[in-house]
Design a protein around this ligand. Structure first.
Ligand code: UDP
Length: 319
């Protein structure tokens, strides 16, 4: 049986990944400090013999991993990820932790990957493109990032994490790869995490005002969680992925205002759509070019935006 370590395994994407890996008969070690994730995301896994949870901040020395004798694969998904300053879970409220988990945390994990000769995957973000001057974004685009703006603690941290990963590839020939995750949504997302899909659905089902920031003309492209998990696994487990960078996301680009209207319709909500100030440095456009993932991984999203929204509406209604 092969052993996988998932850093950030109690988070939204991480916990889905842990479940999927357990179903495929991997032994899973989940490392998470529960800063912006929740223990309940993995509570159903704790009783499984092949699942181990270590509550630990990977930015600090990883002493508690001392008794582990082998790790075949390491996924690094540990980081606060919501940009919404109104959410207590946002990286805006954890600027130093966000910088450290993607820098010192990435370094600490890479050292362990080197020791065990583990295959390594670093979860970067579409945020490394900043407010992109080209659309769709391709992996070879360098981005347009404000180096000290409010979002820089995340954007620059992810850029540094990529550079650190490539440092280990070039210096140590480590078998590592980078994925850039575009907006992802679905069940287990926290209702209070401040992201647009969770906000709009929860506002709509409570018939509260749906808060569109700015004019709502800015665009995003939304990927359903199950598709994302498939893409992440393929980036790790497929051949010919060493030292590669993959955009993972759904290229179905939508205006934020259209998303508000669609969710209002789908929930049959009486909510008003209201307009609030656009956050600083909010990217105007975001759409992944996924031709590389299609070609090398044979991956593309299977779940349409409407289908994924319907599943997510059902989930939020149920909790
Ligand atoms: N947004 C919005 N209303 C909300 C939350 C977000 O209009 O209640 C907008 C936000 O300004 C951005 C887009 O929706 O343009 C996506 O925001 P999110 O925080 O989900 O992620 P981002 O793509 O900005 O990282």
């Amino acid at each position: 049986m092969q052993t996988v370590l998932v850093a950030g395994g109690a988070g939204f994407i991480g916990s889905h990944l842990c479940k999927s890996l357990l179903n495929e008969n991997y032994k899973v070690i989940c490392v998470d400090n529960l800063l912006t994730s929740e223990a309940k995301n993995i509570s159903s896994l704790l009783a499984k013999p092949d699942f181990k949870f270590i509550e630990q901040d990977i930015s600090k020395a990883l002493d508690s991993l001392g008794d582990i004798s082998n790790i075949d694969y390491m996924f690094h998904l540990a980081s606060p990820a919501s940009p919404n300053k109104n959410s207590a879970k946002s990286y805006i409220n954890y600027p130093i932790e966000t910088l450290l988990v993607n820098s010192a945390g990435t370094y600490n994990l890479l050292e362990i990957a080197l020791k065990f000769n583990s295959k390594f995957l670093y979860a970067s973000s579409s945020e490394i493109y900043g407010d992109p001057a080209m659309s769709p974004q391709k992996e070879d685009y360098f981005g347009n990032v404000n180096p000290n703006g409010v979002r820089s603690v995340y954007d620059e941290a992810k850029r540094f994490g990529e550079a650190m990963t490539f440092g280990f590839i070039r210096k140590h020939n480590l078998d590592a790869r980078v994925i850039r995750i575009f907006n992802t949504y679905g069940p287990i997302m926290l209702p209070n995490d401040g992201r647009v899909i969770s906000n709009f659905i929860n506002q709509a089902i409570k018939n509260e005002p749906i808060t569109v920031y700015g004019t709502g003309d800015q665009t995003r492209s939304f990927c359903y969680i199950d598709d994302m998990v498939e893409g992440i696994k393929l980036a790790m487990f497929s051949s010919n992925t060493k030292a590669e960078v993959f955009n993972l996301g759904n290229p179905d680009e939508r205006k934020v205002l259209d998303v508000a209207t669609l969710i209002k319709q789908m929930t049959k909500s009486t909510s008003k759509i209201v307009f609030e100030p656009l956050p600083t440095d909010d990217p105007k456009t975001r759409k992944p070019d996924i031709s590389k993932a299609k070609k090398i991984l044979g991956w593309k999203p299977k779940i349409s935006t409407e289908e994924g929204f319907a599943k997510t509406i059902e989930y939020f209604k149920s909790i």
